[in-house]
Ligand binder design. Structure first.
Ligand code: SAM
Length: 312
Protein backbone atom coordinates (compact mmCIF):
# COMPACT_ATOMS: atom_id res chain seq x y z
CA UNK A 1 0.00 0.00 0.00
CA UNK A 2 1.26 3.49 -0.88
CA UNK A 3 2.41 5.51 2.15
CA UNK A 4 0.76 8.85 2.70
CA UNK A 5 3.01 11.87 2.22
CA UNK A 6 3.36 14.40 5.04
CA UNK A 7 1.54 16.94 2.90
CA UNK A 8 -1.43 14.62 2.34
CA UNK A 9 -1.58 13.85 6.06
CA UNK A 10 -1.49 17.57 6.91
CA UNK A 11 -4.32 18.31 4.43
CA UNK A 12 -6.44 15.47 5.79
CA UNK A 13 -6.09 16.65 9.39
CA UNK A 14 -6.56 20.33 8.43
CA UNK A 15 -9.86 19.37 6.79
CA UNK A 16 -10.94 18.14 10.23
CA UNK A 17 -9.84 21.21 12.17
CA UNK A 18 -6.63 19.56 13.43
CA UNK A 19 -2.97 20.29 12.79
CA UNK A 20 -0.38 17.61 12.22
CA UNK A 21 2.36 17.62 14.85
CA UNK A 22 0.48 20.14 17.02
CA UNK A 23 -0.98 18.51 20.11
CA UNK A 24 -4.76 18.83 20.22
CA UNK A 25 -5.87 20.77 23.30
CA UNK A 26 -8.26 17.95 24.13
CA UNK A 27 -5.48 15.37 24.47
CA UNK A 28 -6.88 13.38 21.52
CA UNK A 29 -6.38 13.50 17.80
CA UNK A 30 -7.68 11.64 14.78
CA UNK A 31 -5.56 9.17 12.88
CA UNK A 32 -6.27 7.67 9.52
CA UNK A 33 -5.48 3.97 9.30
CA UNK A 34 -3.97 2.33 6.21
CA UNK A 35 -7.40 0.90 5.23
CA UNK A 36 -8.88 4.42 5.20
CA UNK A 37 -10.84 4.07 8.47
CA UNK A 38 -10.43 6.82 11.01
CA UNK A 39 -9.74 6.29 14.74
CA UNK A 40 -9.16 8.35 17.90
CA UNK A 41 -5.62 8.54 19.27
CA UNK A 42 -4.71 9.46 22.87
CA UNK A 43 -1.74 11.81 22.93
CA UNK A 44 -1.10 11.14 26.63
CA UNK A 45 -1.00 7.35 26.27
CA UNK A 46 0.45 7.33 22.71
CA UNK A 47 -2.22 4.77 21.83
CA UNK A 48 -4.74 4.59 19.03
CA UNK A 49 -8.10 3.31 20.26
CA UNK A 50 -8.65 0.86 17.41
CA UNK A 51 -5.41 0.52 15.44
CA UNK A 52 -5.02 -1.34 12.13
CA UNK A 53 -8.57 -2.38 11.11
CA UNK A 54 -10.44 0.52 12.72
CA UNK A 55 -13.23 0.92 15.26
CA UNK A 56 -16.11 -0.91 13.59
CA UNK A 57 -14.23 -3.89 12.17
CA UNK A 58 -12.43 -4.43 15.48
CA UNK A 59 -15.58 -4.14 17.60
CA UNK A 60 -17.49 -6.52 15.31
CA UNK A 61 -14.78 -9.19 15.37
CA UNK A 62 -13.67 -8.87 18.97
CA UNK A 63 -16.99 -8.33 20.74
CA UNK A 64 -20.08 -8.81 18.54
CA UNK A 65 -19.10 -12.05 16.80
CA UNK A 66 -16.74 -13.48 19.38
CA UNK A 67 -19.20 -13.04 22.27
CA UNK A 68 -22.05 -14.21 19.98
CA UNK A 69 -24.06 -11.20 21.08
CA UNK A 70 -26.97 -11.37 18.58
CA UNK A 71 -27.47 -15.07 19.32
CA UNK A 72 -27.11 -14.76 23.10
CA UNK A 73 -29.23 -11.60 23.39
CA UNK A 74 -31.86 -13.17 21.12
CA UNK A 75 -32.15 -16.16 23.47
CA UNK A 76 -32.68 -13.89 26.48
CA UNK A 77 -36.23 -13.29 27.68
CA UNK A 78 -35.30 -10.33 29.91
CA UNK A 79 -32.87 -7.45 29.48
CA UNK A 80 -29.45 -8.33 28.03
CA UNK A 81 -26.79 -6.53 30.06
CA UNK A 82 -23.44 -5.40 28.65
CA UNK A 83 -20.70 -3.79 30.74
CA UNK A 84 -18.58 -1.60 28.48
CA UNK A 85 -15.33 -1.05 30.35
CA UNK A 86 -13.43 1.86 28.80
CA UNK A 87 -16.23 3.76 27.02
CA UNK A 88 -13.68 6.01 25.27
CA UNK A 89 -15.09 7.16 21.95
CA UNK A 90 -18.02 4.69 22.17
CA UNK A 91 -17.12 2.61 19.09
CA UNK A 92 -17.66 -0.67 20.92
CA UNK A 93 -21.13 -0.01 22.40
CA UNK A 94 -22.39 1.70 19.23
CA UNK A 95 -21.26 -1.29 17.13
CA UNK A 96 -23.02 -3.61 19.58
CA UNK A 97 -26.25 -1.59 19.30
CA UNK A 98 -26.12 -1.68 15.48
CA UNK A 99 -25.71 -5.45 15.60
CA UNK A 100 -28.70 -5.89 17.94
CA UNK A 101 -31.09 -3.22 16.65
CA UNK A 102 -33.44 -5.61 14.87
CA UNK A 103 -33.87 -7.80 17.93
CA UNK A 104 -37.21 -6.95 19.56
CA UNK A 105 -35.84 -7.05 23.10
CA UNK A 106 -34.10 -4.84 25.61
CA UNK A 107 -30.40 -4.14 26.01
CA UNK A 108 -28.80 -2.31 28.92
CA UNK A 109 -25.33 -0.89 28.49
CA UNK A 110 -23.40 0.08 31.59
CA UNK A 111 -20.36 2.04 30.42
CA UNK A 112 -17.39 2.88 32.63
CA UNK A 113 -14.71 5.50 32.12
CA UNK A 114 -12.90 8.08 34.18
CA UNK A 115 -13.20 10.71 31.47
CA UNK A 116 -15.83 11.68 28.91
CA UNK A 117 -13.33 13.70 26.86
CA UNK A 118 -12.77 11.02 24.18
CA UNK A 119 -16.53 10.80 23.63
CA UNK A 120 -16.81 14.59 23.45
CA UNK A 121 -13.92 14.65 20.98
CA UNK A 122 -15.46 11.85 18.90
CA UNK A 123 -18.79 13.70 18.71
CA UNK A 124 -16.97 16.80 17.47
CA UNK A 125 -15.47 14.64 14.73
CA UNK A 126 -18.46 12.37 14.12
CA UNK A 127 -18.37 13.04 10.37
CA UNK A 128 -14.78 11.83 9.97
CA UNK A 129 -15.22 8.87 12.30
CA UNK A 130 -18.42 7.74 10.60
CA UNK A 131 -19.51 5.10 13.11
CA UNK A 132 -21.40 7.54 15.38
CA UNK A 133 -23.80 8.51 12.59
CA UNK A 134 -27.41 8.28 13.79
CA UNK A 135 -26.42 8.06 17.48
CA UNK A 136 -25.23 11.66 17.98
CA UNK A 137 -28.35 12.90 19.83
CA UNK A 138 -28.39 9.86 22.13
CA UNK A 139 -24.71 10.25 22.90
CA UNK A 140 -25.15 13.95 23.70
CA UNK A 141 -27.87 12.98 26.22
CA UNK A 142 -25.50 10.40 27.68
CA UNK A 143 -22.80 13.06 28.00
CA UNK A 144 -25.14 15.56 29.62
CA UNK A 145 -27.27 13.37 31.86
CA UNK A 146 -25.12 10.27 32.35
CA UNK A 147 -27.94 8.11 31.02
CA UNK A 148 -30.32 7.79 28.14
CA UNK A 149 -33.18 5.55 27.06
CA UNK A 150 -34.35 5.15 23.50
CA UNK A 151 -35.66 2.81 20.87
CA UNK A 152 -33.28 1.80 18.08
CA UNK A 153 -35.36 0.04 15.38
CA UNK A 154 -36.84 -2.93 17.29
CA UNK A 155 -34.44 -2.65 20.21
CA UNK A 156 -35.18 -0.89 23.46
CA UNK A 157 -31.98 0.62 24.89
CA UNK A 158 -31.07 1.78 28.39
CA UNK A 159 -27.56 3.22 28.55
CA UNK A 160 -25.77 4.63 31.59
CA UNK A 161 -22.26 5.87 32.08
CA UNK A 162 -20.38 5.55 35.37
CA UNK A 163 -17.82 8.31 35.49
CA UNK A 164 -14.88 7.51 37.76
CA UNK A 165 -11.90 5.29 38.37
CA UNK A 166 -13.00 1.74 37.53
CA UNK A 167 -10.58 -0.08 39.90
CA UNK A 168 -11.72 2.21 42.76
CA UNK A 169 -15.40 1.60 41.90
CA UNK A 170 -14.84 -2.16 42.03
CA UNK A 171 -13.00 -1.92 45.34
CA UNK A 172 -15.91 -0.10 47.02
CA UNK A 173 -18.79 -2.04 48.51
CA UNK A 174 -21.72 -2.07 46.06
CA UNK A 175 -23.75 0.99 47.08
CA UNK A 176 -26.18 1.13 44.21
CA UNK A 177 -26.42 -2.28 42.56
CA UNK A 178 -25.68 -2.33 38.85
CA UNK A 179 -27.46 -5.12 36.92
CA UNK A 180 -25.14 -8.09 36.48
CA UNK A 181 -23.65 -8.48 33.01
CA UNK A 182 -24.08 -11.14 30.35
CA UNK A 183 -21.12 -9.67 28.43
CA UNK A 184 -18.05 -7.61 29.28
CA UNK A 185 -16.26 -5.52 26.65
CA UNK A 186 -12.86 -4.93 28.24
CA UNK A 187 -11.02 -2.14 26.43
CA UNK A 188 -8.49 -0.27 28.57
CA UNK A 189 -5.15 1.01 27.30
CA UNK A 190 -2.35 -1.56 27.31
CA UNK A 191 -0.97 -2.97 30.59
CA UNK A 192 2.35 -1.20 30.05
CA UNK A 193 0.73 2.27 29.97
CA UNK A 194 -2.42 1.58 32.03
CA UNK A 195 -1.37 -1.10 34.59
CA UNK A 196 -4.09 -0.15 37.12
CA UNK A 197 -6.69 -1.60 34.73
CA UNK A 198 -4.94 -4.99 34.46
CA UNK A 199 -4.18 -6.08 38.04
CA UNK A 200 -5.08 -9.40 39.64
CA UNK A 201 -7.08 -7.71 42.46
CA UNK A 202 -9.15 -5.85 39.84
CA UNK A 203 -10.06 -9.00 37.88
CA UNK A 204 -10.72 -10.88 41.13
CA UNK A 205 -13.22 -8.18 42.14
CA UNK A 206 -14.74 -8.09 38.66
CA UNK A 207 -15.28 -11.85 38.79
CA UNK A 208 -16.81 -11.39 42.25
CA UNK A 209 -19.34 -8.91 40.82
CA UNK A 210 -20.72 -11.48 38.34
CA UNK A 211 -23.85 -13.46 39.04
CA UNK A 212 -22.77 -17.14 39.21
CA UNK A 213 -26.20 -18.05 37.83
CA UNK A 214 -25.90 -15.75 34.80
CA UNK A 215 -23.45 -16.92 32.11
CA UNK A 216 -21.14 -14.03 31.28
CA UNK A 217 -18.25 -13.75 28.84
CA UNK A 218 -15.51 -11.13 28.62
CA UNK A 219 -13.48 -10.35 25.51
CA UNK A 220 -10.35 -8.27 25.26
CA UNK A 221 -7.74 -7.57 22.60
CA UNK A 222 -4.68 -8.87 24.47
CA UNK A 223 -3.45 -12.44 24.23
CA UNK A 224 -0.60 -12.01 26.68
CA UNK A 225 0.28 -14.81 29.07
CA UNK A 226 0.25 -12.31 31.91
CA UNK A 227 -3.38 -11.35 31.19
CA UNK A 228 -4.50 -14.95 30.75
CA UNK A 229 -2.93 -16.13 34.00
CA UNK A 230 -4.51 -13.11 35.74
CA UNK A 231 -7.98 -14.04 34.44
CA UNK A 232 -7.54 -17.71 35.39
CA UNK A 233 -6.38 -16.81 38.92
CA UNK A 234 -9.37 -14.47 39.24
CA UNK A 235 -11.66 -17.47 38.68
CA UNK A 236 -12.54 -17.16 34.98
CA UNK A 237 -12.34 -19.94 32.41
CA UNK A 238 -10.12 -18.66 29.62
CA UNK A 239 -9.77 -19.40 25.94
CA UNK A 240 -8.02 -18.32 22.77
CA UNK A 241 -10.02 -15.54 21.16
CA UNK A 242 -10.71 -14.64 17.53
CA UNK A 243 -8.31 -12.76 15.31
CA UNK A 244 -9.25 -9.11 14.80
CA UNK A 245 -7.11 -8.11 11.84
CA UNK A 246 -4.68 -6.43 14.22
CA UNK A 247 -3.98 -9.49 16.35
CA UNK A 248 -3.96 -13.07 15.15
CA UNK A 249 -5.40 -14.09 18.49
CA UNK A 250 -7.20 -12.32 21.35
CA UNK A 251 -8.65 -13.58 24.65
CA UNK A 252 -12.09 -14.65 25.81
CA UNK A 253 -12.93 -15.46 29.43
CA UNK A 254 -16.16 -16.53 31.09
CA UNK A 255 -17.69 -17.63 34.36
CA UNK A 256 -18.76 -20.88 32.71
CA UNK A 257 -16.76 -23.20 30.40
CA UNK A 258 -19.74 -23.47 28.02
CA UNK A 259 -19.02 -19.98 26.65
CA UNK A 260 -15.41 -20.82 25.73
CA UNK A 261 -14.97 -22.49 22.32
CA UNK A 262 -11.19 -23.03 22.50
CA UNK A 263 -10.16 -23.30 26.16
CA UNK A 264 -6.50 -22.95 27.02
CA UNK A 265 -5.13 -26.38 27.79
CA UNK A 266 -2.09 -28.02 29.25
CA UNK A 267 0.11 -26.92 26.37
CA UNK A 268 -0.63 -23.30 27.25
CA UNK A 269 0.03 -24.10 30.91
CA UNK A 270 3.47 -25.46 30.00
CA UNK A 271 4.24 -22.31 28.02
CA UNK A 272 3.06 -20.15 30.92
CA UNK A 273 5.42 -21.97 33.27
CA UNK A 274 8.36 -21.22 30.97
CA UNK A 275 7.31 -17.64 30.21
CA UNK A 276 9.29 -14.71 31.58
CA UNK A 277 6.09 -12.64 31.70
CA UNK A 278 3.31 -14.70 33.27
CA UNK A 279 3.01 -13.52 36.86
CA UNK A 280 -0.06 -11.28 37.31
CA UNK A 281 0.36 -7.66 38.33
CA UNK A 282 -0.52 -7.57 42.02
CA UNK A 283 -0.10 -3.79 42.12
CA UNK A 284 -0.78 -1.09 39.53
CA UNK A 285 2.82 -1.14 38.42
CA UNK A 286 3.89 -2.73 35.15
CA UNK A 287 6.70 -5.29 35.28
CA UNK A 288 7.41 -8.67 33.76
CA UNK A 289 8.09 -11.72 35.93
CA UNK A 290 7.98 -15.50 35.87
CA UNK A 291 5.11 -17.22 37.70
CA UNK A 292 5.68 -17.35 41.45
CA UNK A 293 5.49 -20.86 43.01
CA UNK A 294 2.11 -19.90 44.59
CA UNK A 295 0.63 -18.67 41.31
CA UNK A 296 1.91 -21.75 39.48
CA UNK A 297 0.33 -24.03 42.08
CA UNK A 298 -3.02 -22.22 41.86
CA UNK A 299 -2.98 -22.20 38.04
CA UNK A 300 -2.14 -25.88 37.88
CA UNK A 301 -5.16 -26.69 40.06
CA UNK A 302 -7.60 -24.54 38.07
CA UNK A 303 -10.56 -26.78 37.10
CA UNK A 304 -9.97 -25.86 33.45
CA UNK A 305 -6.73 -27.83 33.38
CA UNK A 306 -7.91 -30.83 35.30
CA UNK A 307 -10.75 -31.11 32.74
CA UNK A 308 -8.78 -30.57 29.52
CA UNK A 309 -6.55 -33.19 27.95
CA UNK A 310 -5.92 -31.24 24.79
CA UNK A 311 -6.58 -27.58 24.03
CA UNK A 312 -4.16 -24.91 22.95
C1 SAM B 1 -8.64 2.28 24.33
S1 SAM B 1 -9.68 3.45 25.10
C2 SAM B 1 -11.28 2.76 24.90
C3 SAM B 1 -11.86 2.87 23.51
C4 SAM B 1 -13.34 2.62 23.51
N1 SAM B 1 -13.72 1.33 24.00
C5 SAM B 1 -14.01 2.88 22.19
O1 SAM B 1 -14.77 2.02 21.74
O2 SAM B 1 -13.79 3.96 21.62
C6 SAM B 1 -9.40 3.11 26.80
C7 SAM B 1 -10.34 3.85 27.73
O3 SAM B 1 -10.12 3.39 29.07
C8 SAM B 1 -10.30 4.47 29.93
N2 SAM B 1 -9.62 4.24 31.21
C9 SAM B 1 -8.29 4.11 31.41
N3 SAM B 1 -8.02 3.96 32.72
C10 SAM B 1 -9.20 3.99 33.38
C11 SAM B 1 -9.58 3.91 34.75
N4 SAM B 1 -8.65 3.76 35.69
N5 SAM B 1 -10.89 3.95 35.06
C12 SAM B 1 -11.83 4.09 34.10
N6 SAM B 1 -11.53 4.20 32.77
C13 SAM B 1 -10.24 4.15 32.42
C14 SAM B 1 -9.68 5.64 29.18
O4 SAM B 1 -10.14 6.89 29.65
C15 SAM B 1 -10.11 5.35 27.74
O5 SAM B 1 -11.27 6.05 27.36
Amino acid sequence: MRRETRREKRCWLAGRGLKWGVPSLTGYTLVRLPNGACSVHSLAHHETFHPVVGPVAEAEALYVRQLRLPERAGAETGEFVVWDIGLGAAANPVTVLRALRHWPGGVRIESFDHTLEPLRFALEHAGALGYLRGYETRLRSLLEAGETQFRDAALSVTWRVHLGDFPAWLAEPEREPVPKPHALLYDAYSPATNPAMWTAPLFGRLFGRLDPGRPCALATYSRSTLLRSTLLLAGFHVGAGHATGEKEETTIAANTPELIAEPLGRRWLGRARRSTSAEPLWEPLYRQARLSPESWERLRRHPQFSRSDTGC
